[in-house]
Write a protein that binds this ligand. Structure first.
Ligand code: BES
Ligand code: MN
Ligand code: ZN
Length: 491
């Protein structure tokens, strides 16, 4: 969806104006109330619309106006400054309200708002407009999206357009992730994922793709063991963006890219197994993050590493009870082949730390169902050996609305993953399942400040209440970590 910033009052089909709680009209709303000789205020006063956050009220075919519809959208309480996330929620709600209305053009009137806020509105409407329709050959007319142009009307159009530049790059990154995560696993297997990353080189990123033979040489046997039951070859993708000072050590993001997780020989039940096409959500977020950073030419050195496998149960699959030597040299007893994400990350984390000596390292993974049990459907869990890094993630979380909650990594739980016949085992029963998974990862991290984000609860939304995140692939992690990088290196 194209977003334009224009100066003139709009002739769009739908004109959006914002209203604060207690029916307090913003300057733009007042202007349209005047144009309609008080009809907007009368409509607002007639019903339950109060201007609460995200509420909408449509005034259709008002006399005195060529635009077929005015859409009033609530901004909530009139505080000192309108918060970015409030504005995003309202702008996204407006888009949602008319997405399939039959109207084709949508314009936001922003009189009284700053150019940054106008840009923010464009960003939110674009995020809200995401769809993944490539495999539909027909669609019911009433379900077809009708809006095909979005305008933000502002006196400061050039400044707003400039402020929109980096936000638009972040939206591109979010969309890149959403596209990857939405793809079915018969289309998006490890090599295809790697190819789509390779295409990011056009943005100035450097992308390396390691084959199974190269990984075998490096000793990445826990990663390869996960993929050995699949007819698809495993891959490791390394993406780098060197936008900072030449000699500065980078930071690194590492993603779980299990393109399909059948469970392997520890086969999952059929119910809901289709969800496991999005078990590459962590890797997808890393790819989208790198896309965003390059798109907005971030002044930072950043490495993205994605471990790509398919977890399948054929005659060559790893068995429960197998002992595998990881790249770190530690031996792993694989008690459950469905606890595969940690096996992929063990080698990916070790490799990243060893090769790049990053200032800090953050991994993202749809790692455990237990994380959903613990936090519900709207928070990712944060596990970290560094208060500073974890605080930075929580701050980025508050700023972007990608919600996280810190979880414990207790030393005295570590014994729970001591194995019967090897150094470490990959499962330890139901109790604290997300914590023991994180403790497993920690055994493959040395002194590097590290955080693990278990994004199983948030990578895919089934009933999204956030207007900028449509149902389906959320793109969670791109905005959060883009912000973390910006706060650390560009603040
Ligand atoms: N990919 C799953 C975790 C998952 C479950 C993500 C549901 C998103 C939604 C992971 O590989 C897995 O299977 N974990 C097991 C671990 C268990 C075998 C110790 C789980 O959560 O049941
Ligand atoms: Mn699994
Ligand atoms: Zn998995």
């Amino acid at each position: 969806m194209k977003v334009e910033f224009v100066k003139a009052a709009s002739d769009a089909a739908v004109v959006v104006v914002f209203v604060h709680e207690d029916r307090a009209l913003t300057p733009a709303a007042k202007a349209y109330d005047k144009k309609t000789k008080g009809a907007l205020a009368r409509a607002i006063n007639a019903g339950r619309f109060t201007g609460a956050k995200g509420q909408t009220l449509a005034l259709t075919a008002p006399a005195g106006l060529d635009n077929p519809q005015i859409l009033a959208v609530g901004l909530g309480a009139k505080g000192k400054a309108i918060e970015d996330l409030t504005l995003e929620a309202a702008a996204g709600a407006a888009y949602r309200a008319v997405a399939t209305s039959g109207f084709t053009t949508l314009a936001y009137e922003t009189e009284g708002l700053t150019s940054d806020q106008a840009a923010r509105i464009g960003f939110a409407s674009r995020l809200a407009s995401y769809r993944f329709d490539k495999y539909r050959t027909t669609q019911k007319p009433e379900a077809k999206p009708s809006i095909d142009a979005i305008q933000v009307v502002t006196d400061a159009a050039p400044a707003a357009k400039k402020a929109y530049g980096p936000l638009s790059a972040v939206a591109d990154g979010v969309f890149f992730t959403r596209d990857l995560v939405s793809e079915p696993a018969n289309v998006l297997y490890p090599d295809e994922f790697a190819k789509r990353c390779k295409a990011l080189e056009k943005l100035g990123l450097q992308v390396e793709v390691l084959t199974e033979a190269q990984m075998a040489k490096l000793g990445m046997r826990t990663l390869l063991a996960v993929g050995q039951g699949s007819s698809k070859e495993s891959r490791l993708v390394v993406i780098s963006w060197m936008g900072g000072t030449k000699t500065a050590r980078p930071v690194a993001f590492v993603g779980k890219g299990v393109c399909f997780d059948s469970g392997g020989l520890s086969l999952k039940p059929p119910e809901g197994m289709e969800d496991m096409k999005w078990d590459m959500g962590g890797g997808g977020a890393v790819a989208g993050l790198m896309c965003a950073l390059a798109g907005r030419k971030a002044k930072a050195n950043v490495i993205g590493v994605i471990g790509l496998v398919e977890n399948m149960p054929d005659g060559n699959a790893q068995r429960p009870g197998d002992v595998v030597v990881s790249m770190s040299g530690q031996t792993v007893e694989v008690l459950n082949t469905d606890a595969e994400g940690r096996l992929v990350l063990a080698d990916a984390l070790w490799y990243t730390q060893d090769r790049f000596k990053p200032k800090f390292m953050v991994d993202l993974a749809t790692l455990t169902g237990a994380m959903i049990v613990a936090l519900g459907n709207d928070f990712a869990g944060v596990f970290s050996n560094s208060d500073e890094l974890s605080d930075g993630i929580m701050a980025a979380s508050a700023a972007t609305g990608e919600r996280t909650w810190r979880m414990p990594l207790p030393d005295d739980y570590d014994r729970l993953i001591d194995a019967p016949t090897a150094d470490v085992k990959n499962t330890s029963g139901r109790a604290g399942g997300s914590i023991t998974a994180a403790l497993f990862l920690q055994r493959f991290v040395n002194k590097t400040p590290w955080a693990h984000l278990d994004i199983a609860p948030v990578a895919w939304k089934k009933d999204s209440k956030v207007s900028t995140v449509p149902d389906g692939a959320s793109g969670f992690g791109v905005r959060l970590l883009d912000r973390l990088v910006a706060d650390r290196f560009e603040g």
